[in-house]
Design a protein around this ligand. Structure first.
Ligand SMILES: Cc1ncc(C[n+]2csc(CCOP(=O)(O)OP(=O)(O)O)c2C)c(N)n1
Ligand SMILES: [Mg+2]
Length: 355
């Protein structure tokens, strides 16, 4: 991969980490309410996979989707406004954290129901296949979704009809507080795909280059008409399941052990040997962004203060997003009626065409 691609991925990972840590702080002050599921530790998955996507592809995600939306190109300020329930948000403030959508970016959610992503993805893939379009559908899901009936029904239909879907399992080993060996008889998710004849691989989800390579190869096969593919990416979330979860069920030392493999901090430690940025302070130890940054540095792409500049840019972008979201007005009752009528009659909604 060329320098531009590498630095784009590094910047996206930094932006993701900074955005999510800012969202956590906003939640603590009460400006974001409801549930909030954050992504620190898992950045290499979203960035590696979505860097392999084309603009014409479709993305279906879960309730832990802020970073998928960001990397897909939805503006940080409109995502933050949505988290705060503001009218300027990507879903006009009607959805909140778990319901980010953008027709323009072909981002089909933000879906809160575990296992709901699968039928949505194969429905979209059926439309793509029916029209013989050169597009793929990327379907993210967690390890906790693979025992839902929809997983098996959807894999079966996708394989039967050779639908253009890339199923991406973000295996962070926990379904809320239940570790994978307590909820799944077969803990290697990729092995389940063989029941439906779907090619599947498992990859290190903390290594953005490995993720990107696997996603690119899988998407090439999807686009060539080979039918669905499945990727299992082994990753880890540093925080609890949501802001309401302290993560106290995890054994002592486990989070620290995973942070030590984190792609972000690996990089930073290689560069300066210190933890000066606010997100580094929140996540001590070498991490997923760090390991990738270290790689970029050894390849000669992070000369001088390049890393610091990238980091400052992302801090600035998130700061602007926060200011935009804080001053944005909330939707009023009329807006709620407009959304309601739009749903019932397919009318325009806040200047947007009905989707
Ligand atoms: C059908 C359904 N059942 C239960 C829930 C409650 N719930 C929310 S997240 C979750 C666990 C999902 O775990 P996983 O798929 O591993 O995703 P992760 O949170 O680890 O990213 C559950 C059971 C839900 N949202 N939908
Ligand atoms: Mg999980």
């Amino acid at each position: 991969m060329d320098r531009t691609g590498l630095l784009w991925m590094l910047r996206q990972m930094l932006l993701a980490r900074t955005f999510e840590e800012a969202a956590a702080r906003e939640y603590a002050t009460g400006s974001i309410s409801g549930f909030l599921h954050l992504y620190p530790g898992e950045e290499a998955v979203a960035v590696g996979v979505l860097h392999a996507a084309e603009p014409g592809d479709h993305v279906v995600s879960t309730y832990r989707e802020h970073v998928h939306a960001l990397v897909r190109g939805l503006p940080a300020r409109e995502i933050m406004a949505e988290l705060m329930g503001k009218k300027a948000g990507v879903s006009a403030g009607m959805g909140g954290s778990m319901h980010l959508f953008s027709r323009e970016h072909r981002f089909l959610g933000g879906v809160a129901i575990v296992g709901e992503t699968f039928p949505l993805a194969i429905g979209a893939a059926y439309a793509v296949a029916y029209r013989r379009l050169p597009e793929a559908v990327i379907c993210f899901f967690g390890d906790g979704a693979v025992n839902q009936g929809t997983f098996h029904e959807s894999l079966n239909m996708a394989a039967l009809w050779k639908l253009p879907v890339l199923f991406v399992c973000e295996n962070n080993r926990y379904q809320i507080g239940t570790e994978i060996h307590r909820h799944s008889a077969v803990v290697e998710v990729y092995r389940r795909a063989c029941a439906y004849g779907i090619p599947a691989v498992r990859e290190n989800g903390m290594d953005v280059l490995a993720v990107h390579g696997a996603a690119r190869r899988a998407l090439e096969r999807v686009r060539a008409g080979d039918g669905p593919q499945l990727l299992e990416l082994e990753t880890y979330r540093y925080r609890g399941h949501s802001m309401a979860d302290s993560g106290a069920y995890r054994p002592a030392g486990e989070v620290e052990a995973y942070r030590a493999r984190d792609p972000i901090q690996f990089l930073e430690s290689g560069l300066s040997g210190s933890l000066e940025g606010h997100w580094q302070a929140a996540c001590p130890g070498p991490d997923c962004i760090a390991s990738f940054g270290e790689y970029c540095r050894t390849q000669g792409h992070l000369e001088g203060d390049c890393f610091t500049r990238l980091e400052q840019e992302t801090v600035q972008e998130v700061q602007e997003a926060l200011e935009f979201a804080r001053q944005a007005p909330a939707p009023d009752l009329q807006d709620a009626w407009a959304a309601f009528r739009c749903n019932r009659r397919g009318e325009r909604f806040f200047g947007r065409e009905p989707t």
